[in-house]
Design a protein. Structure first.
Length: 292
């Protein structure tokens, strides 16, 4: 919102709604207070059609940023530096249609890597970009999981006989992604030893920990840190998903648990996964989606 105002928009909050107005935005120099993926994407799109030049500093560097910039450039935009912390945009008067193939979803791929690890499984995962998964792969390997390339866009993952506890701190890309924190916490409940998971990106992102504890996990929260003591036996329970990645972590815990687990409010998961239950069923999981 601050960035849109810097570009010339009038932004106000009224009756719980954000209202923004502008005839045409004007290029500016804007520095993000904190790194924001969605903020970078929104201002990059807005500046593409603004009058004049815009420079975005302290911009996010996640792979989705240059992917969006590539699409916008194909549509007639003029964007340089996407994927670095400084992005330069020369505003154009209009955009046109283009054809573009979206990059693989690194968080979906990471979730399936964790699924293989938590179940003692062996999976071959196609349609991935391993370069986008370096931090996730590194932590999984540190815990004992075997991961190797099966091709330029294929990863083969094998769970070890015994998982080792690993400490994790979420960071902006290329660090360990906050969107893999919940899945990794579920995995650490099945690892030998004590792991400390530190969340630096979002506040209140440990709600899934309470549901994992209902299943038998031994987790203690200390502000932005969660201490996970493994290995604990997980048992099926009635649990509730609080957000998208929490949903994924609870599904992973459920397939590794003894007995039946019922996960409520699982509609969150559809925001980030396409038919996740069908994909897991295809490799041996026993999952059924219940429609009310």
């Amino acid at each position: 919102m601050k960035g849109l105002e810097a570009l010339g928009a009038t932004v106000k909050l009224e009756h719980g709604y954000v209202e923004a107005r502008a005839d045409r935005l004007t290029g500016t120099l804007f520095c993000f207070d904190t790194i924001s993926v969605t903020g970078t994407e929104n201002l990059m799109m807005a500046a593409a059609l603004a009058e004049g030049d815009t420079i975005l500093e302290n911009a996010a560097r996640e792979p989705e940023i240059p992917d969006l910039a590539n699409l916008l450039n194909k549509m007639g935009a003029s964007i340089e530096g996407a994927g670095t912390d400084t992005i330069r945009i020369h505003g154009v008067s209009r955009l046109h249609g283009a054809e573009h193939r979206i990059i693989p979803d690194r968080i979906e791929a990471g979730t399936f890597l964790a699924a293989a690890a938590i179940t003692g499984g062996h999976l071959v995962i196609d349609g991935v970009d391993p370069t986008h998964l370096a931090a996730t792969i590194g932590k999984l390997k540190e815990s004992g999981v075997a991961i190797q390339l099966g091709g330029p866009n294929t990863l083969e993952v094998k769970s070890p006989d015994k998982l080792h506890s690993v400490d994790v701190t979420t960071q902006e890309y290329p660090g360990f992604p906050t969107d893999m924190q919940a899945q990794f916490m579920a995995l650490m409940t099945q690892a030998d030893g004590t792991s400390v998971i530190t969340e630096t990106i979002f506040e209140n992102r440990f709600l899934h920990a309470f549901e994992l504890m209902r299943m038998g996990a031994d987790i203690t929260m200390e502000g932005r840190r969660a201490v996970v003591r493994g290995r604990t036996s997980l048992a099926g329970a009635m649990i509730q998903a609080s957000d998208l990645r929490a949903s994924a972590s609870l599904v992973l815990a459920a397939v590794a648990a003894e007995g039946e687990t019922l996960i409520d409010r699982v509609y969150h998961i559809d925001r980030g996964y396409e038919r996740i239950e069908e994909k897991l069923v295809s490799v041996g999981a026993n999952i059924r989606r219940i429609s009310e």
